[in-house]
Write a protein that binds this ligand. Structure first.
Ligand code: A3P
Length: 290
């Protein structure tokens, strides 16, 4: 029972992972031995950037817009977390093309990917909104340390002392591959602004062209409201030992800019200063900067 144990994160290659479902053995296997198939589609994110949203979108695209799979099978079985034992077993049962999910930074990603034709969809989000979402999530997700205060969490986030490591390292690491034909970068902000257009872009990237009615179905079934109603993706089916639904809602607000209701002016200035330093060389290309 994770409730009664002091938290002891799993450490692997400079990154800490939440206990209970990650192990050094599984992470090492994912990096070095996981067999990548050429038609695998990896859904990669830093936590709280739209991981579960992208699972819904990709699952629907693979099914030509038909929502029956999304409505009858848990997201963790449709796009397994292959870095965990259960996820690995689920991944082995999936027929191709497989959807696979992880929060791995690039230096721990399956080595076999780099000599394969498999594809990665990397979703990223305004780090200030990631931070706010992560703060609330950490309070309800049992394997994560309960934040002492918002300010304390902000300090941990900026120094990279949070599960899955530094947002800055994660994003800059993956962005080094930008331009490769088997990687697509999508932002949460673009999803919010033009879901139809992004679904079209994803279809093209995956070589799965859908007609307008099918794309409309993808858009309708992946709205925040539709996902909140769908128990196969809204996290309400997760056991209480993992997610304490009394402490919050996984599909919390689903908006851009919620950081403005959380950051003080001083916190915002401090964040900007760190952002400017860490994102040197990558500035001006992200939607939240405009
Ligand atoms: P908030 O906490 O800001 O609401 P992840 O899946 O990577 O853990 O990210 C979770 C965040 O994505 C949550 O953000 C959640 O509400 C948001 N999200 C999930 N599905 C969404 C959707 N269909 N539309 C908008 N936001 C969505």
């Amino acid at each position: 029972n994770l409730h009664s144990k002091p938290l002891c994160y799993v450490h692997y290659k400079g990154i800490k992972f939440p206990p209970g479902y990650n192990s050094v053995e599984n992470l090492c296997f994912a990096e070095n031995e996981f067999e990548v198939q050429d038609d695998d589609i990896f859904n990669v994110t830093y936590p709280k950037s739209g991981t579960v949203w992208m699972i819904e979108i990709l699952s629907l695209i693979l099914n030509g817009g038909n929502p029956s799979w999304n409505q009858s099978v848990l997201n963790s079985c449709r796009a397994p977390w292959f870095t965990t034992q259960l996820g690995l077993e689920a991944a082995h049962l999936l027929p191709p093309p497989r959807l696979l999910t992880c929060h791995l930074p690039i230096h721990i990603f399956p080595k076999a990917f780099f000599s394969s034709k498999a594809k990665v969809v990397y979703t990223l989000r305004d780090p200030r909104d990631v931070l706010v979402s992560y703060y609330h999530f950490s309070k309800m997700c049992v394997p994560f340390e309960n934040p002492e205060s918002f300010n304390h969490f902000l300090e941990s986030f900026l120094s990279g002392d949070v599960p899955f490591g530094s947002w800055f390292d994660h994003v800059t690491g993956w962005m080094k591959l930008k331009g490769k034909s088997n990687l697509l970068f999508i932002s949460y902000e673009e999803l919010k602004q033009d879901l139809f257009g992004i679904v079209e872009r994803l279809c093209h990237f995956l070589g799965k062209e859908l007609d307008e009615a099918a794309i409309t179905s993808v858009v309708e079934n992946t709205s925040f409201e539709a996902m909140r109603r769908n128990d196969m993706c809204n996290s309400t089916m997760l056991p209480k030992e993992f997610m304490d639904q009394e402490k919050g809602t996984f599909l919390r607000k689903g908006i851009c800019g919620d950081w403005k209701t959380h950051f003080t002016v001083a916190q915002s200035e401090y964040f900007d200063k760190v952002y400017q330093e860490k994102m040197e060389g990558l500035k001006g290309i992200f939607p939240w900067e405009h």
